[in-house]
Design a protein around this ligand. Sequence first.
Ligand code: PLP
Length: 397
Amino acid sequence: MKLADRIQRLGTETAFAVSAEAAAHAAQGNSVYPFHLGDMNLATPANVTEAAVKAMRDGKTGYCPNAGIPRLRELLAADVSASHGVRYSLENVAIQPGGKPTIGKFFLALLNPGDEVLYPSPGYPIYESQIEFLGGVAKPYRYREGERTFTIDIEEMRRQITPRTRLLVLNDLQNPTGAECSAAEREALAELVLANDLYVLCDEAYFDIRYDGRSTSFVSLPGMAERCIILYTFSKKFAMTGWRLGASIGPRPIIDVIAKLNVNDESCSNHFVQFGAIEGLTGDPSGPRQILRILKERRDLAVELLNGVKGVHCLRPNATFYLFPNVTQAMQTRGFSDVESFRRSLLRETGVSVCSRLHFGRPLPGEHQCYIRLAYSGINAAEIREGLGRFKAFIEG
Ligand code: PLP
């Protein structure tokens, strides 16, 4: 079969292959501790579910406007305006079937073949996939492990910029590192954006998955709202990963293009699900609060247990539901030189299933430390305790 040439440039989420390995291990009768996938084992708040079911019963089962139902666009604009300190209205919001579609649509709207795009590595793999699929040049920028969080190497990023560099992907509150930009980092990035006339995809999938304090959006810096498209999703805050609902939020000329892409792609997002989201934004907020409480307990437990393992060092991110421990020394102790064989042996011998750095892009030149990624969104506290007990025994013998 002769497929289109561009298909060779389309990447994927290799983390799904880890799921398949974990499932195969479980099928042989073994226990599996699922730290690999960013899915959630928590229920969507009941009031959200009820509102969607009611809408379905009330006949909200036909097409709706391509950019989403006006009431949801209006409410989301108000909600994000309040949390971001920026003024958005209904025209700045195009509802999407999930957070992910904003990635491809952002590039379709703004990327010409040969344009260079700065994107994080390690980072969510779909950025690189979409950039290369659409004929762009993917230029990874580096996160370095710091004292309290991972930080972007902004000087190195600056040196990578050429006259062909047009776009930046910023995933503050980051998957997989859990990193959060400091105010100084945000300011330096904004300066870079203005000086080089860049447009920015602000992937805010984890903006509300935060345990202390408040998130600050990059769009709230002077001049940024005009240049940023926010990837918003209902997936994480409301434990709605399988419902598929999110939004692109930003300057109207780009949102109009994205709405036109909606017409061409899916016509509209699921109609009755949008009524669930309205309830999420306006109704009883105890559901999302409970989700955060549970995730925070899991984070504290997992960080403590990981740091109790010899040769493992794990930062304690204040946001996301991911941990990205440095396992360089632990690997050396056990005689592993590559992180993927370490990960596979860990699964085979203990049932503990994790991703490695390699599921989040190719290592960059000079990168010598080894990392694994654990998600605690799909695993209960008791399993975390048992799984990380096995992890400790695997490393320490
Ligand atoms: N962006 C990042 C950084 C993610 O980690 C994810 C999902 O894991 C997404 C976007 C996609 O979110 P959604 O499930 O809403 O499409």
